[in-house]
Structure formats: structure tokens, C-alpha cells
Design a protein around this ligand. Structure first.
Ligand SMILES: [Zn+2]
Length: 462
């Protein structure tokens, strides 16, 4: 998961009092699970998530969870998922709490510290996965154990699923395997997942992001075939020129600007936070001003991506010899598509833009046309309530992720998914997937309380 939201704001607020944090013993439990998970090498190409699943299952068994409520399994011996169910009264459909076990690879020589050693230093926890996504994984498990110890009786089952291969993605990812083979284990009314952080500027919290939808991803392969010939006798009909012309037209094209209920709500909140010149433009987006959308899109690549489907050339190949006319010219065009746009629409638009029958265009790879999740008032209300009790005055900002998480597969499978973590990270210093990944110590324990309370609110008898 990668995300960055531009926030240009001055209003800082919201510190948490020590009294609202979990009791010391609960903090220690969360810390110990977190440390254990970070120190397991679960890189998605060389490591194993099965070791994470085993460690978590052992913790759950030791805490008294019956073996029948713990599931371990996956598409291969090194890629196990773990799923646990905490039983409620069954008055409402279960809630699914999701995090992933795998991490992006990390090399010792690239890091200041050993990436697979959990190290506390200068107010941060360092280690691969401290931010993405082992903090949330550890907190889901620690909180579940705490509910059980406290005798909390939810009115719905609480399911925690920790998945393999989120970072690797594709057909081997853990969540797709679970949906395909064990949907009954994870079936829920809705899911809470990664993808929505507490945004910080320095050490101050500025917004609590609630990720409601995400763009979907498709690659197109473009090809121009030509009979070729000797380069000493060129003709105008040249595969490279056809392809170059089509890509040049794409470079000058932009998909229409649009908003939906999520991005509208996002820009309403951004308008409140913004203090610079864009403030009136951000506010005008909510009322549908096209001129405002245009100005906002021009001001930031991130905002542009939130306001329209984008397609961009990312790779090119062609020709077979320096002294021959090309017989083939090809390119990859990568599209990030708004939840409301269809594959047909994107493909036929590209065809019109290329305006050249010699340029063939076909989908390359998997396509998951993810829809957004509905903006459920009960979830928004719960997030607002818990946010306000922990960080009075901190705004909750609904948003669309321009990247991708496991949530897209769940949404397609009919389980609306919301990215919410309560974990604060400096918006200008996010190190997921990078070197010296870290989590502020304070953010981890605030996140512990936030997620503990949020799940409790969402699963308490009505
Ligand atoms: Zn992640």
C-alpha cells in the first residue's frame, strides 16, 4: 500500500492523553506480538508468511481460542494465511478485520539497522513491516485477545484475517485464495483494512483518513505490425511512426474530470484544511464547478489522479535491427481507472484517441474492476465518534486511494471494505516499501486504542 495525500494546512491539533491509552499489560502484549511479527522474514519473494500464521495461531491458542476457530492455510506451504473468529451473539453479520503478513523485501546493506530486527530508537519502532502492515496485524490480534480476556460480548462475530502476498498481488495473493476457497470463513457485512492513516505533519496529527474506494488497474498492450524492409529505402508507412503518433496523441489527451460521493466529501474536508490559494477552488469542486476541478487537477498530480481516470505510456519496444524497417513496434499503456468507469469505456476511448487502425490495443493481464464501497453513515459515524474521543477536533477525511490494496478483491466479492488504521505517520516521510521503515512509538499505542474502540463501537449491541 502506498499513498500520499497533499495537505497544505496550518491548523494542527489533537494530542492524546496518556489516560486514554490501553493499560500497560495490554500495551506490552501488543508490543510483543508486533516485535515477533516484524522479526519474521516474510518478504513476499524470499520469505514465508506461514511462520507469521504459525506465530499468531500459537498466540491465539495460548489465549484460549479454540482450535476450531483458528484456520491456517494457503496456496502453497510458504504462503499460509491465518483466520480467527471471535464469536458474538450473531444478531448481525460478522465484521472482518484484515491485514497482510507479507512485506516488501529489504536488504541489510540498504538499511541503517537490520530490517528484520525490531528496534526502538528516538521515539520510533524500526523494522520492515513496522508501518506496512504488521502494526495493524499485531493490533488486530492483541485487541482480539483483550476482548476475550475482558469477556466482551459483541453482537456479531469478529473475524481477523491476516493474508499472504498482498504485496506480490496477482492470482497468488492470499485474499484471492481465501475468497475462492474459504469464502465462508471471511464472509462479513463489511471489512476494515489498511489504506487509511492518520496524517501527521511533523509530530502533529492533521487528519484521520478513511479510505472508501480505490481506483482499479489495467494494462493495455499496443502493437503495430508492418512488413518492414531495407532501411535504405524507407516508406512513410512505418510501425514506429504509427506507434509514436498514437502515443503522442495520448500524451495530449486527458480523460474527463469527475467526482463521486467519496471524492466530493474528500475535497469538502480538504477545503476546510487548506489555507493557501487553492482553498476556494477545493470548495467549488463540491458544488460541481468544472473550472475549479481543472485548476485543482493542474495543481497536483495526486489530485489530478483523484479527479479522472489516467492512462500513461510506461514501456516501449520495437524494431529488430538498426538497418531494417521495423516489423513491430509495441508499448504498454497503464491505466488507473475511477471506480465508476468501465473497461469498455476506457478501451474504446483509447482507440478513438489513437485514431489509427494500424495500432492494435488489447488488455494485458488481469483486470479487477473494483467498485467503491458505499459511504455507510453508521461507519462514518463510528469513525467520527472514536476519532473525536481520542483526538478532539481531528477531521475524518473520506478518500479514494489511487493505489491498490486487498480491498479491491473483497469489494468485487461483495464485502464493502474501508481503509482505517488510526496509525499516525508523517505525510512527508512515509517509508513503506523503502529503507529504514518505521512507526512512531506514540502512533502505535494510539492506534491500539483507536482500533480497539472502533471495533467495539461497530460490534456492540444496538
Ligand atoms: Zn500494505
Amino acid at each position: 500500500m502506498i499513498l500520499r495525500i497533499p495537505l497544505f494546512l496550518a491548523a494542527f491539533c489533537c494530542t492524546v492523553s496518556a489516560a486514554t491509552l490501553a493499560p500497560q499489560a495490554e500495551q506490552k502484549l501488543a508490543h510483543d506480538i508486533y516485535k515477533e511479527l516484524v522479526e519474521i522474514k516474510s518478504g513476499y519473494t524470499t520469505g514465508s508468511t506461514t511462520l507469521v500464521a504459525d506465530a499468531v495461531a500459537a498466540r491465539l491458542r495460548a489465549a484460549g481460542f479454540p482450535a476450531a476457530d483458528i484456520f491456517e492455510g494457503g496456496p502453497s506451504p510458504k504462503k499460509f494465511n491465518v483466520v480467527v473468529r471471535y464469536h458474538g451473539t450473531g444478531a448481525r453479520k460478522p465484521i472482518l478485520l484484515l491485514a497482510h503478513e507479507d512485506v516488501v523485501e529489504a536488504k541489510r546493506e540498504d538499511w541503517t539497522t537490520d530490517p528484520f530486527q525490531f528496534i526502538e530508537k528516538d521515539g520510533y519502532y524500526y523494522g520492515r513491516g513496522t508501518a506496512d502492515d504488521k502494526a495493524q496485524a499485531a493490533l488486530w490480534i492483541a485487541n482480539l485477545i483483550r476482548y476475550k480476556r475482558e469477556g466482551f460480548k459483541p453482537d456479531r462475530d469478529i473475524i481477523v484475517a491476516l493474508t499472504a502476498d498482498e504485496e506480490g498481488g496477482g492470482p497468488f495473493s492470499g485474499i484471492q485464495w481465501l475468497i475462492k476457497n474459504h469464502k465462508n470463513l471471511i464472509d462479513a457485512e463489511f471489512c476494515l483494512n489498511e489504506g487509511g492513516m492518520v496524517e501527521m505533519v511533523g509530530d502533529k496529527n492533521v487528519s484521520n483518513d478513511l479510505q472508501v474506494s480505490e481506483k482499479w488497474y489495467v494494462d493495455f498492450r499496443l502493437e503495430v505490425h508492418n512488413k518492414g524492409g531495407h532501411s535504405s529505402m524507407p516508406v512513410p508507412d512505418n510501425a514506429i511512426y504509427h506507434l509514436a503518433g498514437a502515443l503522442d496523441r495520448l500524451g495530449h489527451f486527458a480523460f474527463p474530470l469527475k467526482t463521486d460521493e467519496v471524492t466530493k466529501a474528500y475535497f469538502v474536508e480538504m477545503a476546510k484544511l487548506e489555507t493557501g490559494a487553492m482553498k476556494p477552488q477545493l470548495a467549488a469542486i463540491a458544488s460541481g464547478s468544472r473550472a475549479a476541478m481543472q485548476k485543482v487537477a493542474e495543481s497536483s498530480a495526486m489530485w489530478n489522479s483523484m479527479l479522472r481516470t489516467t492512462c500513461v505510456a510506461t514501456q516501449i519496444d520495437g524494431g529488430h535491427a538498426r538497418n531494417a524497417l521495423p516489423q513491430l513496434a509495441g508499448a504498454n499503456v497503464n491505466c488507473r481507472v475511477l471506480p465508476g468507469d468501465t473497461l469498455d469505456y476506457v478501451q474504446s476511448t483509447l482507440k478513438k484517441v489513437f485514431a489509427d487502425d494500424q495500432v492494435s490495443i488489447k488488455v494485458d493481464g488481469d483486470v479487477d474492476q473494483a467498485a467503491g464501497s458505499p459511504m455507510r453513515p453508521d461507519i462514518l459515524k463510528a469513525v467520527n465518534r472514536v476519532t473525536d474521543s481520542l483526538w478532539p477536533g481531528l477531521p475524518v477525511v473520506p478518500m479514494m486511494l489511487t493505489g491498490a490494496t486487498d480491498g479491491r478483491y473483497l469489494r468485487v466479492a461483495g464485502i464493502p471494505t474501508y481503509g482505517i488504521q488510526g496509525l499516525g505517520l508523517d505525510r512527508d516521510d512515509k517509508r513503506m516499501h523503502g529503507r529504514d521503515e518505521r512507526m512512531p512509538v506514540k502512533s502505535f499505542y494510539e492506534g491500539q486504542t483507536f482500533l480497539y474502540e472502533l471495533v467495539k463501537v461497530l460490534s456492540s449491541p444496538q
